[in-house]
Design a protein around this ligand. Structure first.
Ligand code: FES
Ligand code: FES
Length: 176
């Protein structure tokens, strides 16, 4: 009779909530998010770190969740695609950019693009078209041909700029 696999109590901080899960040491973060936390927005394509579909933010940095063990993510702040919406539930600039520019077809790759671009625009809020292409170079999409995804990045940057300008004019009372 084989010995049952040892389980570890792991506390994951995901999208501002705490998830207490019991997982074997070999459980991938992608599987823990999907199966143990019920956050199926993170998609798993290759499970080899190639396609980028499983990308989540770990302490703000894009990470292939299929290449990380859940037990390694203790104490980290994880953001999945479910956590990208604005606090009022509206779409984030990146999500809105994809909606405006039809940046997806089947949508399988989309969660990984949204998380990757969210981090990319935080580091470079006003990318050129070449920089937008560079930003998404590590993510694979089998449907779109990438053109509309590049447009979505540029549109998201525009929306982000408009939101920051509106916020600045609100916080200074709209004074010129
Ligand atoms: S599923 Fe993780 S990179 Fe493809
Ligand atoms: S929209 Fe289908 S894989 Fe990208």
């Amino acid at each position: 009779m084989s010995t049952p696999e040892e389980l570890h109590d792991v506390r994951l901080h995901v999208n501002g909530s705490v998830h207490e899960v019991q997982v074997p040491a070999r459980r991938l973060l992608s599987d823990a998010l999907r199966h143990d936390c019920g956050l199926t927005g993170t998609h798993v394509g290759c499970e080899h770190g190639v396609c980028g579909a499983c990308t989540v933010l770990v302490d703000g940095q894009p990470v292939r969740s299929c290449l990380m063990f859940a037990v390694s993510a203790v104490d980290a702040e994880i953001t999945t695609v479910e956590g990208l919406t604005e606090p009022d539930g509206s779409l984030s600039p990146v999500q809105q950019g994809f909606s405006d520019c039809h940046g997806l077809q089947c949508g399988f790759c989309t969660p990984g693009f949204l998380t990757t671009i969210t981090a990319g625009l935080r580091d470079n809020p006003d990318p050129t078209e070449d920089e937008a292409r560079e930003m998404i170079a590590g993510n694979l999409c089998r449907c779109t041909g990438y053109q509309n995804i590049v447009r979505s990045v540029l549109r998201a940057a525009e929306i982000g700029f408009e939101a920051r300008s509106a916020h600045t004019s609100t916080s200074d009372g709209g004074q010129q």
